[in-house]
Design a protein around this ligand. Structure first.
Ligand code: C5P
Ligand code: MG
Length: 211
């Protein structure tokens, strides 16, 4: 089982695919976005420092995020992992390469800006990590506003709005070419079109990680 690094624009389904992978296989799911949002909700110093940056759709400094991920990876003691949301910059990728072994694949979830913005405006999330979409029939919650898995109230993320989306997408475009070149040159890159059914995308990812 290969470790997974997801590279994707906002709302491409990193979290959704990570949740399925975690259920089917024994992966630890490291979502840097979730970790930062938890820090904000807990009111920690880190949370206070990063809230404005995240609400605007900008990136937290490489230094902060690399430290957060390095500590998390060290705590796994070798368990297979999914990196969901990291690395976002070439600097982060270079730092990561120094702390993980070669048993990984980078999966680029490819989605157009048009499709991403339509997903963002319909997205609702739960504090348990599940994500829904009121614009996509197969991703609607069974009961309006409630999580199918745990029954909690669904929320709209503060950065799931059109203004923050534009900055998030631009940030993604500005950084991703260098990241893709980096992993391509190492023969570590697989591209998957995600404008398809969740289960078809999952089947493709399964084939890649079990290869
Ligand atoms: O991955 P996700 O879309 O959940 O990330 C939400 C936000 O968290 C990003 O828009 C960014 O503000 C912040 N983030 C970051 N650096 C990362 C991952 C997330 O600054 N490596
Ligand atoms: Mg996510």
């Amino acid at each position: 089982m290969k470790n997974i690094i997801f590279i994707a624009p906002p709302a491409a389904g990193k979290g959704t695919q990570s949740n399925i992978l975690k259920e089917k296989y024994d992966y630890a799911h490291i979502s840097t976005g979730d970790m930062l949002r938890e820090a904000i909700n807990s009111g920690s110093k880190l949370g206070i420092d990063v809230k404005n940056i995240i609400d605007k759709g900008e990136l937290v400094s490489d230094e902060i995020i690399i430290k957060l991920v390095a500590e998390k990876l060290a705590s796994l003691k070798g368990k297979p992992f999914i990196l969901d949301g990291f690395p976002r910059t070439l600097n982060q990728a270079i730092a990561l390469e120094k702390i993980i072994d070669d048993n990984y694949v980078t999966i680029y979830l490819d989605l157009s800006e048009e499709e991403a913005i339509s997903r963002i405006t319909g997205r609702l999330t739960c504090s348990c990590g599940k994500s829904y979409n009121i614009n996509i029939d197969s991703l609607k919650p069974k009961i309006v506003g409630k999580c199918d898995a745990c029954g909690s109230n669904l929320i709209k993320r503060d950065d799931d709005n059109v203004d923050a989306f534009k900055i998030r997408f631009k940030t993604f475009l500005d950084n991703t070419e260098a990241l893709l070149d980096y992993y391509n040159s190492k023969n570590k890159l697989v591209k998957i079109d995600v404008n398809r059914e969740v289960s078809d995308i999952f089947n493709d990812i399964s084939g890649v990680v079990n290869d």
